[in-house]
Design a protein around this ligand. Structure first.
Ligand code: LLP
Length: 413
């Protein structure tokens, strides 16, 4: 769904003109569309129809309480990777018993808190982690429900920084070792095997990697069931890509068909961990032009959002569309849109054709809802942006702009 459209040359989020938000709240500010969030979430869950499934939104993509609350109200579960994310889910009113806990480096304290909270299961990524989880389970006098995350050794054909299913990756347990691990776990009193898990990467724009990985994982699930393990859940991870520029990712319906063809017959309750496909195109980052600067080699446009606010271009060379909040006619020139941070990688849009922006004009970085605010930092002692949620013609600030005093909270001079 496209929630951000021009009306009379002014970019709107649903029915709200974005310049009104920028003037009231300042910039940089993230703005989310509730209608887009709901529609993207519903598209995933509805495309699996009657097939038993649970969508566990991947909190890392955007962990803002208002986003989590909206999705919890839609019936979403959550995929978490830290005690901090669990605390956020609880603070937003999310259900721990619809929450799965992944990650290669859980501490005993994080495991104990999640077990006490009653998470649905832990996705375990190594033999040593399995032993620690067993000890945590025994200490609480209960069996910790777990799935082993297997690494199917499949190339997700995405950016190498966000591919996780190759055998050189730190994630998951080698496919061949899974059977042995489940039989070892059977003898451990603090554990209960309830599922099998895999996740091969992010921003995947083809169905073939999902098909290849899940065909293998579905076969393993059947094998483990045949060996008498009482598995009920098959967690297929997240990773469905979105359109930033020219990408043509599969629709949720095509994605669902691929998954069901590969693992539908296992009888397992399917668990999904979508992040980007739910929030990515439901958010934008508003920014204001500070200066223009022409050098013999480049036309620069300096804006008030930097790599600390939106890290993806600097970290992954990622492309985010850039649109003026008020359209103006003119000849397009190639500009480098850069932030104020003292790093040469603080380029948010490189050689982008734009009608030459003017000082004070407002722009929106598009498709910024996923891995935008959740990866923001205070580098260069820049307070993190405000966040706004739009719903129809209404909008509200859901996170105040960080205050300068917040920057040294807990420090002693
Ligand atoms: N499940 C697991 C185990 C994951 O590691 C991830 C993402 C997801 C689910 C959600 O994947 P999604 O549906 O969002 O693709 N910061 C990078 C993306 C890192 C993805 C990390 N894991 C970026 O900005 O592109």
């Amino acid at each position: 769904m496209t929630a951000f459209t021009y009306r009379k040359r002014v970019l709107h989020a649903e029915h709200v003109p974005l310049p009104a938000i920028a003037e009231a709240v300042g910039t940089p500010t993230y703005v989310y569309s509730s209608a887009a969030l709901r529609s993207h979430f519903r598209a995933v869950t509805e495309s699996f129809g009657e097939h038993p499934h649970l969508v566990c939104y991947s909190v890392k993509a955007n962990s803002t309480l208002a986003v989590l609350r909206l999705l919890a109200e839609e019936g979403s579960g959550f995929d978490i990777v830290s005690g901090g994310e669990l605390a956020r889910v609880k603070a937003a009113g999310g259900a721990p018993n619809k929450t799965v806990f992944a990650g290669v480096g859980k501490t005993a304290e994080e495991m104990a808190a999640a077990l006490a909270a009653g998470v649905l299961f832990f996705n375990v990524e190594s033999p040593e982690e399995l032993e620690l989880l067993d000890a945590v389970g025994r200490a609480q006098g209960r069996r910790a429900p777990f799935a082993i995350r297997v690494n199917p050794n499949v190339d997700a054909r995405t950016h190498r920084y966000i591919a996780t299913g190759l055998k050189t990756s730190k994630f998951g347990v080698p496919f061949e070792e899974a059977v042995g691990l489940y039989s070892r776990a059977r003898k451990m009193k603090g554990l209960e095997a309830v599922g099998l898990d895999c996740h091969i990467g992010s921003q995947i724009t083809l169905t073939s990697p999902f098909k290849a990985a899940l065909t293998k994982v579905g076969g393993l699930y059947q094998e483990l069931k045949a060996q008498g393990h009482g598995l009920r859940y098959l967690d297929v991870g997240g990773g469905l890509g979105i359109t930033y520029t020219e990408e043509k990712p599969p629709s949720t319906a095509e994605y669902a068909r691929t998954i069901l063809a590969a693992v539908g017959a296992t009888g397992a309750t399917l668990v999904f961990e979508p992040g980007r496909s739910v929030v990515g195109n439901a958010g934008v980052l508003l920014t204001r032009v500070l200066f223009r600067k022409k050098t013999p080699a480049r036309q620069f446009v300096v804006v008030d959002a930097g790599m600390n606010d939106l890290m993806r271009p600097a970290l992954y060379d990622a492309h985010h569309g850039l649109q003026p909040l008020v359209q103006r006619r003119g000849k397009a020139v190639d500009v480098d849109v850069v932030g104020p941070v003292c790093e040469s990688t603080d380029v948010l849009a490189r050689q982008r054709p734009l009608v030459l922006p003017r000082q004070g004009e407002l722009y929106a970085f598009m498709s910024a809802g996923a891995y935008g605010m959740s990866m923001a930092s205070t580098y260069n002692s820049r307070p993190r942006p405000a966040e706004v949620m739009v719903d129809g013609s209404a909008w509200r600030v859901v996170r105040e702009r960080e205050r300068v005093e917040d920057l040294w909270r807990g420090e002693s001079p």
